[in-house]
Design a protein around this ligand. Sequence first.
Ligand SMILES: C[S@@+](CC[C@H](N)C(=O)[O-])C[C@H]1O[C@@H](n2cnc3c(N)ncnc32)[C@H](O)[C@@H]1O
Ligand SMILES: [Zn+2]
Length: 457
Amino acid sequence: MVLGCSGVFIPISVLEWYYCCVQPTPVGQRRTRRIYTDLGMPIGLLARQRVCWPAPMIATKEYTEGTTTFLSADIEHYAADSHQLTSDLPVFYNPRMRVNRDLSVLFLLAYLDRSPIQAMCEPLAGCGVRTLRYLNECPGEFHALVSDTNPLALDVVRKNIERYGFEHRTTIKRGDAKVLLLTESREKRFDFVDLDPFGSPAPFLTAAVQSLSPKRAMLGLTATDMPVLCGAQPRVAIRKYGGLSIRAPFSHELAVRLLIGRAYSVAAMNDCAVYPLAALSTDHYIRVWLDIRTSCTDSNDQARNMGFVVYCEGCMRTETVPLGPSLTQLRIQHERDDCKGRVSLAGPLWTGEMYNQSLLDTASQFLSKKPDNYDKRVPKLLGAMREENALADHIYVDIHALCDLHGLESPSMASLMTRLREAGYKASRTHFRPTAIRTNASVREITASARDLTNPM
Ligand SMILES: C[S@@+](CC[C@H](N)C(=O)[O-])C[C@H]1O[C@@H](n2cnc3c(N)ncnc32)[C@H](O)[C@@H]1O
Ligand SMILES: [Zn+2]
């Protein structure tokens, strides 16, 4: 049987093809898929649970990211029918996640610069582009375990690995991510695990942390369940991340902090400490890169990085309150004495650092050597991360939201930051939002500066 594609044919077994048709879907999601015969004749939209004969052909296409060329399901071909994009593809590939992978390559390059790795694992691999890029674009002879539950994906991964001659550096296995992480790491733990699931990485965290090399390892986590993390489903956030999410102009920062907070808790219960390397929030997802090492002492110490963020909708004041024995009441100091705004509470979440400056700087050096290998948004994102790190303990303030609240026109971010710096404050952009800044000035002082700039006396 063949998996057909524009120019490339990948053999698959009857069982694998059957799997493609009956692969389980999340509850409540109805999916259909266009199946093609060996002759390339469309035989229509089939309900998932139906099996048809003759065998399907899956259209694949060649794509390029960075310096890596690879095959995956032909997105345009499949999108023509269902307006659903990537999650409905017979083999997963989402080109909109390129920035995530570009930065992942850069951060792995920077990490390898000081800490060579021997073994990595991507247990939710889709077409395998991520690992293929690590193998092709990063130095070293590290070995990669690539797995997925979808056999069609693994056939494409195999083809992609063969095209580069990386068979000796790769093991491809079909299976559940949690099981494989635990079983495949018994003889040799992984120095790098990359979790890039549909939705939340939380269910895979325990297995991932337990599969890591105790001395030192990197863990990359992508989360796409933004309604959960950004306050639309706060109870689900408690269930998945152990903390409340809230709706706020800075909810994406809270999302990152909830994710790191969960990673800290899981690492801590396994006697490990978590050192955040970088955080990304863009499009419809967040991503964090963490250094994880066994250390009860550091882990105990890091408990003080867990806390709450208190936010008043009426005056946009935010306060960070550490979790600890001194936490008796969560009362906010409003920006105006008469403020009666609704106060909400996010967390417990990670209130500590989100970035490692030296890793960001090294990544930036790698970027400047080969800028054309990366998406054009990457330099701006990385530049803003480097800039905001020094002020990352101040939750960012969305200037458009603040000006709307006070009926002001929004000044440009550059002029507002200059104004604040002239007044003796620190201020930086943030990669999280082009309309937001980080500053040690209070909301009242930011408002006064914005007013001066847009309504000069
Ligand atoms: C978001 S995609 C991965 C994308 C890929 N990492 C990339 O960068 O293009 C998630 C993948 O996880 C696979 N998957 C879902 N649940 C799984 C599980 N429990 N164990 C292993 N793979 C799973 C899906 O088949 C899908 O290919
Ligand atoms: Zn208030």
